[in-house]
Design a protein. Structure first.
Length: 261
């Protein structure tokens, strides 16, 4: 474990000491990203992930070689919503400070509330309940909302509420999200770096105004959506690195996110 801790220190801490990013070391690493493939879940109006083969096999020189081409919308699978996605003039993907994408994490578990209510809104009361047990949410925390819907991925019918595609399918979406009142409470009373959850959107499926997006992103708070394996994390006591594809001028992008326990 000492060797692992030293390696993580050299990889993550030394290059960014000047930015005062915490050392992200631990005994276990948890992958919080779903793979990108033909089954990746995208918004009903977005085109899905495609991987095409340019070449795969033995070359005429006698060695193996493979190369592929992929295409995808910014917002699908495990991905980041940059603040500019819903707030004009706020950070694009490539403008988000790296230190904002790494730090200590917590999990607000609302699986019981969501079990029989796919339209559940994570409330201020849920945050206050967590704090009564675990203490006040510290400045610079990365917050995760565990709804339990991550276990339904990638079954679109179960995960999104509909497997239909196109504009008409949007009205049939049913999955939990963050109550705008809770988003406002977070921005006014706490100082978080980012927020993520195990559904397709930080706003619940039936939202038409996307208020939680707008409230958070006006304050330059990015969101992580379709996060995987939140059931493997404790309520607190872990660190996070969430690095999106660095798309210049992008409003979002595929995200590789890991937790260190």
């Amino acid at each position: 474990m000492r060797r692992l801790s030293l390696l993580l220190f050299l990889v993550f801490a030394v290059p960014v000491m000047a930015q005062r990013v915490p050392v992200l070391a631990g005994d276990r690493v948890v992958d919080l990203s779903h793979p990108f493939d033909a089954n990746t879940v995208y918004w009903p109006t977005a085109e899905g992930f495609k991987l095409d083969t340019d070449f795969e096999g033995m070359t005429d020189k006698g060695y193996f070689y493979s190369a592929y081409r992929y295409s995808a919308a910014e917002h699908g699978g495990t991905h980041l919503d940059a603040p500019v996605h819903f707030a004009k003039g706020r950070h694009h993907v490539d403008e988000i400070p790296l230190e904002q994408l790494m730090g200590n994490g917590i999990v607000i578990d609302v699986t019981n509330q969501c079990a029989n209510n796919p339209d559940y809104l994570v409330s201020v009361a849920d945050f206050e309940k967590w704090e009564r047990t675990n203490g006040r949410i510290k400045p610079g925390t990365i917050v995760f909302l565990r709804t339990g819907f991550g276990k339904r991925y990638p079954d679109r019918k179960s995960y999104l509420g509909t497997e239909e595609r196109g504009a008409d399918a949007v009205a049939k979406l049913h999955f939990p999200g963050l109550d705008p009142a809770a988003a406002r409470w977070l921005t006014q009373n706490r100082s978080i770096k980012a927020i993520g959850l195990d559904t397709a959107s930080i706003d619940f499926g039936q939202s038409t105004l996307f208020e939680s997006h707008r409230i958070l992103m006006e304050k330059n708070i990015p969101a992580f959506e379709n996060v995987a394996n939140l059931e493997l994390l404790p309520a607190k006591g872990f660190s996070v690195i969430a690095l999106p594809m660095k798309i210049k001028g992008g409003s979002g992008g595929p995200l590789r996110i890991v937790a260190f326990l």
